[in-house]
Design a binder for this molecule. Structure first.
Ligand code: ADP
Length: 360
């Protein structure tokens, strides 16, 4: 049962209000403000309890903690609820009910507030559970990838040693097996490095600053120069905006999308176009290719860690690239998705908030 702390004074007809409430709620009339689900106070006693109530509301922040004020008629005290847009946080008085009290109206208002209180409590409970599990997941990804590096280094260096010292003694099968083992260790190293990078997006990110995406694109293209030449790729671009962001991460994001657009291009030399469109308060940046495309059933899972649609022999890769893109976009309060038709090409689009106008 919900507890209502009754802070209505004798003048406010405390006995009558109490009797009215008692059938429906647990009523606490202990005059020192205590932990309750809702506080009912009248306009005369309000100044007396103002400080205590403010503290109580403050402590319960950000859990919504309702205070209802009973206002008597013609008592000369003017109390009005502030405009919701101008309210300071936390709001002390949530509602005002006028005496004489209409019991149905009063119960309706109190019930609404109590439901809101319970919902916000539940919400806070889930938020804190989610925060904890998120933190331990991040810690896990970091620890796992970091700690796995050491034994892997050992595997790699002993494989090299075997190759160097006993390479001549191996027959063809032996050489082939060793090659597979070295290849496996290299792929595992790439995956672990990718996972480590993924776990660092939030923790090791740089400060957000104004970033010119044209420069970011230039850097990404410069880093991909060898691959661009190898595939004879053509990359064109609209003029791109400046945004608030982490330049290094945005470069990584665009670079990953370009690299995939080249990698999954099919037979013909890839033609890739980068465009920008302002939609309301966000920029939509798209990387369009004319490559092999992606089946609609796979279009969501490719953003998950280690999810790939091709095996390593067809296309090298770790399956972390798009997961990293997703994580970077999340950190920038954006979204990322793909539109694609198999055999025709794919367009990866991500959004970034339009930078606030710095003013004159
Ligand atoms: P990786 O490229 O290392 O496999 P990603 O996370 O970057 O990992 O991509 C996941 C999968 O999504 C790829 O294996 C590929 O099958 C598919 N994919 C990504 N980009 C494209 C694209 N532009 N065109 C077609 N398929 C793509």
């Amino acid at each position: 049962m919900n507890t209502i702390q009754l802070l209505v004074g004798d003048e406010g007809n405390r006995t009558a209000v109490r009797r009215l409430l008692e059938k429906h709620y647990e009523v606490d009339t202990d005059r020192t403000v205590r932990k309750a689900d809702l506080y009912l106070v009248d306009d005369r006693t309000f100044p007396e309890y103002h400080t205590d109530l403010s503290e109580r509301v403050e402590q319960s922040h950000p859990v919504f903690c309702p205070v209802v004020l009973v206002r008597r008629e013609a008592n000369g005290v003017q109390i009005s609820l502030p405009n919701p847009n101008e309210r300071e946080d936390p709001v002390l008085v949530d509602d005002i009910v006028d005496a004489p009290l209409d019991r149905n109206l009063l119960f309706r208002r109190l019930d609404t507030l109590l439901v809101r209180r319970r919902q916000s409590k539940d919400l806070m409970h889930y938020v804190s559970k989610l925060e904890k599990s998120n933190a331990s997941l991040k810690q896990f990804a970091y620890a796992a990838s970091h700690d796995l590096q050491e034994p892997l280094r050992m595997v790699s260096s002993y494989l090299q040693l075997i190759e160097r010292r006993y390479g001549d003694a191996l027959d063809d099968d032996g050489e082939e097996f060793l090659e597979y083992a070295v290849d496996g260790a290299e792929r595992m190293r790439d995956m672990i490095e990718g996972l480590l990078e993924y776990s660092r997006v939030d923790t090791r990110g740089e400060m957000m600053e104004t970033v010119d995406l044209n420069r970011v694109l230039e850097d990404a293209i410069a880093n991909l120069q060898m691959k661009i030449e190898e595939y004879d790729a053509t990359i064109t671009s609209d003029s791109l905006p400046s945004v608030e962001g982490d330049g290094g991460q945005l470069r990584q994001l665009i670079q990953n999308l370009l690299s995939n657009a080249i990698e999954y291009s099919g037979e013909d030399p890839p033609r890739i176009h980068v465009s920008a469109e302002r939609v309301g308060t966000e920029w939509q940046i798209s990387v369009r290719d004319d490559g092999i495309g992606i089946d609609p059933d796979d279009q969501n899972r490719i953003f998950d860690v280690f999810q790939r649609l091709h095996n390593h022999d067809e296309h090298p890769g770790t399956g972390i690239g798009l997961a990293l893109c997703q994580r970077i976009v999340d950190r920038h309060d954006g979204r990322i998705w793909v539109d694609s038709t198999v055999g025709e090409g794919s367009t990866f689009t991500f959004t970034l908030p339009v930078a606030a106008d710095p003013g004159p």
